[in-house]
Ligand binder design. Structure first.
Ligand SMILES: *[C@@H]1O[C@H](CO)[C@@H](O)[C@H](O)[C@H]1NC(C)=O
Length: 645
């Protein structure tokens, strides 16, 4: 990059003289106190949510382009997308950034080995992640590549500010770096997390990182350093003031321990002699900026840093991020290096880090060498993206993000059959798509609007439990989602559906329908039928609205089939009776393919999948024909128990 071509950098050099004079003690003076407060207010602003007028901004990690996407990448994307859509459901403007991390030694070496230009290798692999985001219905506003020009400019500015605007001793300095370096992890490891090992293939003695088991080598070189140790107390104070900064909390404890015991200054460049594939220091041409510093800044690039704004005193747009979604392997970079770098520049810190565990298969971490990597594109082809999204976020087991999660086709099949087909699919099919059209959801909704029946008031009413579930579900879902607990939100929604299925079996609307058919003049029978159907339809409509962030495509299909208008699908509409004019009239039904034989066009929400075994424990097709099924998330958990490690 050409530093001189950036006007912002020119002004930076002027800034240099004045800021050099300031020292750390000036932190307490009024002029700077505002910026300082950013670090301490991050938690309280995220809790107040609606009082925060800034749009919601969530990020995924940017994915390293040295390998093809796996299910873990898909999971990170889906989690971020679900929370973006959740904010939108609540009426909050929201942005999502995902993308690819493309610099560094691993890419440089892979390109050399494949004898292709590094950029070409990146182009090819970045496209795979872009395609995955599309196939996964990720509603990303940005897809960043660290090889993009705007990002390189942002990194250049960030870098020069680290050099020239940070008070003495707190900015970067040049020093000699030596230590155990791991090529595949792209980082140095402190002495105490390095151990001797034997390479299985050769029997040769090697040194490895005890964290990742990857080989490390001794390296000495001249580089720039970020004085991380000087930020120790401020990091600790920040963690203590924001105990919920990381979900789950246990990760914050790990991070805090690490800061307390392992902090060292961070080497933030690599000699050009060793690494060329990266962003050059705009002034010191012998140095390439460390790939992690480069990568972390991506979150700010797309928030306008370096183009729309340059310091925290300006309008920082959607920055800070409301949430970084990261995997547990990269928590240290996000929870230690990143906040320290931001503190150095007086930048507001991200408000939240959601740190998720990994996916395992047969109890083992997925790895190419074991051959248990799940190809997300194949999984999407097999199951459809919505069932897969559902499966992934449902498995944020008990919402704690604490334990690794098990992926298997058997589990996926069970969830598909027992939760999607048997619970929501079955209810939808029976109530909204009755084969002989003995009732009509359109008519039931009109009967409600016209006051043909009363809602539940008495506790002995057969519909009373469902009435109660309808009123408690949306606030319970809101609480769960705001606590990032997708598993709990799903559980709450399925408790509602289970209650609706129970009420259908109890009330037997088909018997009421028979009475109506025998005596069409019986108004009270008609009203009773419509009242029951209205409650069942409302259960489907409200569950459908609430499940949109998780299964956007299927829930669009469901709400479309119910005739719910596009502008009546927000969280505020997920209230019993909040929408009294949905439903498809006869003319629309005919337009959509209704015939005399099939008065309501039949369509299946969750069609049978090849390979699903009807005789699995807990699921029987025969039983599902006679009775509605009430399988719940909890039942399934019990059934799959032995698979858990
Ligand atoms: C109308 O139907 C209800 C059942 O919903 C029944 O109890 C009632 O006796 C019926 N009325 C007449 C006049 O048949």
């Amino acid at each position: 990059m050409r530093a001189a071509s950036l006007p912002a950098l020119r002004s930076l050099r002027c800034l240099r003289a004045s800021t050099r004079r300031s020292s750390w003690h000036h932190l307490r003076c009024p002029a700077r106190s505002e910026a300082v407060r950013h670090w301490y207010s991050s938690d309280s602003t995220s809790e107040s949510g609606s009082s925060n007028s800034k749009p919601y901004y969530v990020t995924t990690p940017i994915f390293y382009v040295n390998a093809a996407p796996h299910i873990g990448h898909l999971y990170s994307m889906v989690v971020a997308d679900v929370f973006k859509r959740w904010q939108q459901l609540k009426g909050v403007e929201a942005y999502l950034c995902t993308g690819t991390d493309e610099h560094g030694m691993k890419i440089q070496r892979a390109a050399e080995k494949a004898e292709v230009p590094a950029k070409q290798l990146c182009d090819e692999n970045s496209a795979k992640f872009r395609d995955l985001a599309q196939a996964a219905s990720i509603d990303n506003d940005f897809f960043i590549r660290t090889t993009d020009e705007d990002h390189k400019a942002a990194v250049g500015q960030f870098w020069l500010r680290l050099k020239h605007t940070v008070p003495e001793d707190f900015g970067i300095y040049k020093g000699k770096h030596q230590g155990w370096y791991c090529v595949s992890d792209e980082c140095f490891y402190p002495e105490d997390v390095v151990q001797a090992s034997i390479e299985p293939q050769t029997g040769k003695k090697i040194m490895i990182s005890s964290e990742t088991q990857n080989q490390v080598e001794w390296m000495e070189e001249e580089t720039w350093f970020f004085p991380l140790t000087k930020y120790k107390q401020r990091l600790l104070d920040f963690y203590d003031a924001n105990p919920d900064w990381i979900t789950p909390r246990s990760r914050l404890h790990e991070v805090r321990n690490w800061v307390e015991n392992n902090l060292e200054d961070l080497s933030v460049t690599r000699p050009v002699s060793r690494l060329t594939w990266g962003i050059r220091d705009p002034e010191d041409h012998t140095q390439t900026i460390y790939v992690w510093v480069d990568a972390l800044i991506n979150y700010m690039t797309k928030a306008g840093y370096g183009s729309k704004w340059h310091t925290s005193k300006e309008d920082t747009g959607i920055w800070p991020a409301d949430m970084h979604v990261v995997g547990k392997d990269i928590i240290r970079f996000h929870a230690i290096y990143w906040p320290a770098l931001l503190m150095a520049l007086d930048m507001p810190l991200p408000k939240k880090i959601l740190c998720h565990p990994h996916w395992t298969m047969s109890g083992r971490k997925m790895s190419k060498s074991i051959g248990n990597v799940v190809d997300p594109i194949l999984a999407i082809e097999r199951w459809g993206i919505d069932p897969l999204r559902y499966f992934l976020v449902r498995n944020g087991r008990s919402g704690t993000y604490a334990k690794d999660m098990e992926y298997s086709n058997q589990l996926m099949e069970a969830v598909y059959a027992k939760e999607l087909q048997a619970n929501i699919g079955n209810l939808f099919q029976r109530i909204a798509r009755p084969k002989k059209a003995k009732w009509s959801t359109y008519e039931a909704c009109r009967a409600y609007r016209d006051g043909k029946f009363e809602l539940v008031t008495a506790s002995e009413d057969d519909l009373a439990p469902l009435h109660k579930a309808l009123s408690t579900t949306p606030p319970a879902v809101q609480t769960a989602m705001d606590e990032l607990n997708t598993a709990e939100a799903i559980d709450v929604i399925f408790t509602l559906l289970k209650e609706a299925n129970r009420a259908v079996a109890l009330i037997k609307p088909w018997e009421l329908a028979n009475t109506c058919a025998t005596d069409p003049s019986n108004e009270s029978a008609r009203a009773e039928l419509n009242r029951a159907i209205f409650y069942f339809t409302e259960s489907i409509r409200i569950a459908g609205i609430l499940l949109q962030p998780i299964m956007p495509g299927k829930m669009d299909q469901l709400l479309e089939s119910l005739g719910v208008a596009k502008d009546r699908r927000a969280f505020q509409h997920a209230v019993l009776g909040a929408d009294d004019s949905y439903g498809l009239d006869q003319a629309t039904l005919v337009e959509r393919g209704a015939t005399r034989k099939h008065p309501v066009p039949t369509e299946t929400l969750f069609p049978p999948k090849a390979g699903i075994d009807d005789d699995q424990p807990g699921f029987s097709r025969k039983k599902s024909q006679g009775n509605l099924m009430y399988n719940t998330v909890k039942n399934l958990d019990a059934w799959e128990g032995p698979l858990e490690k």
